[in-house]
Ligand binder design. Structure first.
Ligand code: HMG
Ligand code: MG
Length: 294
């Protein structure tokens, strides 16, 4: 049986984009429920400028309260300052992030793509000193909300550069959920030539309901790691029109019925989503959650 690694990003990618600021107690309870579902990796927080993303301002408190749990908990880090805070919190894994579009990079992290690599150099050096694994994200891999279509060759170049800089995996972000499977084929035809599929992950937002189809096209290319958010929480505050990530429930339902093993319990993920429904007073976007009639 083939194994798929599900990388849960709901507590970070999901909650960073909710209008309601979720209290630390609820974030900790949410992450504990996700851990109880058997997830091996959970992106729990980000160490970014609190003025930019107030939803993540309590990252240190949340991290300190969850870090002894059973999963690997990671934090998104944009620069050395964020890495210092992450190290002080006892971080287990970090993720750096850039994009294939200059306009998006400028809006998101206030620098050029080139400058983002200068910042990562320092973050990766600090991580190596503490034997902390670093993951890398490339955003806007198919379309940018400001520049439109993105050339697959550009994504391939940036992905390769991230791997050469020392990240163990590159997660390819369809930030605004615009891609369809044929876009994914064009993208991966270019990317897998320079980065092996074992070092790639799919991070598909589900704005137009195409994320799961994109997962299946990625599986054809040998990619076996996918990012998702419990309930389909999420978006990106710097990507107008972006809605949540592919829902973890929708991913699990389809993978399990197709014979893939994830070691993650779908019902327990739905427990976590039901909990967040009460906190956010908002029905989860996940179709499978709706079908479970919780
Ligand atoms: P900047 O303003 O260019 O930074 O921000 P700066 O170095 O000029 O510093 C300005 C002020 O920010 C200073 O404070 C710094 O200390 C402070 P002051 O002296 O004015 O009081 N500062 C920080 N504070 C806390 N933590 C830090 C930090 N760095 C500087 N790490 C920065 C640059 C990147 C920090 C800022 O633009 C930022 O935080 N942006 C938020 C980016 C973000 O979180 N975006 C959402 C996540 S990415 C995403 O969702 C996409 C993804 O899911 C994949 C996909 O879907 O495609 C990953
Ligand atoms: Mg995202």
């Amino acid at each position: 049986m083939k194994k798929v690694r599900v990388y849960e990003v709901g507590p970070r990618d999901g909650l960073q984009n909710e209008a309601k600021i979720v209290p630390a107690d609820a974030k900790v309870a949410f992450i504990e429920k996700l851990t109880a579902a058997g997830l091996g990796h959970i992106e729990a927080v980000s160490f970014v400028r609190p003025g930019a993303i107030p939803q993540m301002a309590d990252a240190t408190e949340v991290y300190n309260r969850i870090k002894n749990g059973k999963a690997t908990y990671s934090g998104l880090v944009p620069n050395a300052k964020g890495m210092e805070t992450a190290l002080a919190a006892g971080i287990q894994e970090v993720a750096v992030f850039t994009a294939a579009s200059e306009s998006f990079t400028k809006k998101n992290i206030n620098c050029t793509i080139e400058e983002s690599f200068d910042r990562f150099k320092e973050v990766i050096r600090m991580a190596a000193e503490h034997s902390i694994p670093v993951r890398g994200y490339v955003s806007t891999v198919v379309q940018c909300p400001y520049e439109g279509e993105i050339a697959p060759a550009k994504v391939a170049e940036i992905s390769k550069r991230l791997i050469d800089s020392g990240v163990y995996e590159v997660s390819l972000g369809d930030t605004i959920g615009a891609a369809v499977p044929d876009d994914i084929s064009r993208l991966l035809d270019a990317v897998v030539r320079v980065v092996p599929a074992e070092k790639l992950a799919g991070h598909f937002h589900d704005t137009r309901g195409t994320a799961l189809a994109n997962v299946y096209r990625s599986l054809d290319y040998g990619i076996l790691t996918f990012d998702s958010s419990a309930g389909g929480l999420g978006g990106c505050p710097y990507a107008p029109g972006a809605s949540g990530n592919l829902a973890t429930e929708d991913l699990l339902y389809s993978l399990h019925r197709s014979g893939y093993e994830t070691n993650v319990d779908l019902e327990k993920i739905a427990d976590a989503s039901a909990f967040m429904r009460e906190i956010l007073t908002k029905t989860p976007a996940s179709r499978v959650f709706a079908a479970l009639k919780r």
